[in-house]
Design a protein around this ligand. Structure first.
Ligand SMILES: C[S@@+](CC[C@H](N)C(=O)[O-])C[C@H]1O[C@@H](n2cnc3c(N)ncnc32)[C@H](O)[C@@H]1O
Length: 198
């Protein structure tokens, strides 16, 4: 009799412990998947891969000359532009720098999105000047030219991220030998920098 009671109590305690372990198991299972899904949102994973790719893709290959002020910007022409160069100037305004570039290089294209375009084409009717936004790279590609040098002057005090964006864009698409940019903010940043390592 005593043995029967013990056996029954054991089997009911077994059943209880097996139900408890089943519940704990389910609980852990649910939390495991919840944690897994939380830690693995697709966006995060893709961003990491893209960032890694971007590091390789956008590694600079062009020489970049950073200038502050229009005099400094124009002074680079005799020093860096070769008579064989095909040059693009982004932001020609009245066309003064484009005209200087045209004397030094084989061919020069100037683009500007502003209204000064109309004055510039009257002042310099022989220059190749176009009313195009520099960020409209598709239109620039339609020239079918390989630019050796790109001059960028979309206003010397333009915010840094816009200047970097346009540099990166032209570097990736045209891979010019040289990019000359007029940007006081970029010049300040570059003069604060020191490269460590290779
Ligand atoms: C400081 S002026 C250029 C002066 C000219 N480079 C020179 O040396 O005489 C800046 C010019 O950039 C033009 N600009 C600004 N953003 C532009 C963009 N996204 N694409 C094309 N031109 C732009 C403006 O219309 C303006 O004419």
């Amino acid at each position: 009799m005593f043995q029967e009671v013990v056996r029954q109590s054991r089997s009911s305690s077994d059943r209880f412990s097996s139900r408890a372990s089943e519940t704990i198991h389910k609980f852990i299972n649910v939390w495991f998947w919840a944690l897994f899904l939380y830690l693995k949102p697709a966006g995060k994973a893709v961003m990491l891969t893209q960032n890694k790719k971007n590091c390789d893709l956008y590694y600079p290959s062009s020489q970049i000359i950073v200038t502050k002020g229009v005099k400094e910007y124009r002074r680079t022409i005799p020093r860096y532009v070769l008579p064989t160069d095909v040059v693009l100037e982004i932001g020609f305004a009245w066309g003064t720098t484009t005209a200087l570039l045209a004397k030094a290089a084989k061919r020069v294209i100037g683009i500007d999105k502003g209204e000064s375009y109309y004055t510039a084409i009257r002042t310099y009717p022989t220059l190749e000047l176009y009313k195009i936004d520099g960020f409209d790279i598709q239109s620039v590609m339609r020239f079918g030219l390989q630019f050796d040098v790109v001059y960028i002057d979309i206003s010397g005090c333009r915010e840094l991220h816009t200047v970097l964006k346009i540099i990166r864009m032209y570097e990736n698409v045209f891979k010019p030998r040289l990019i000359v940019v007029k940007s006081s903010r970029l010049k300040r940043l570059v003069s604060q920098c020191e490269v460590v390592g290779g």
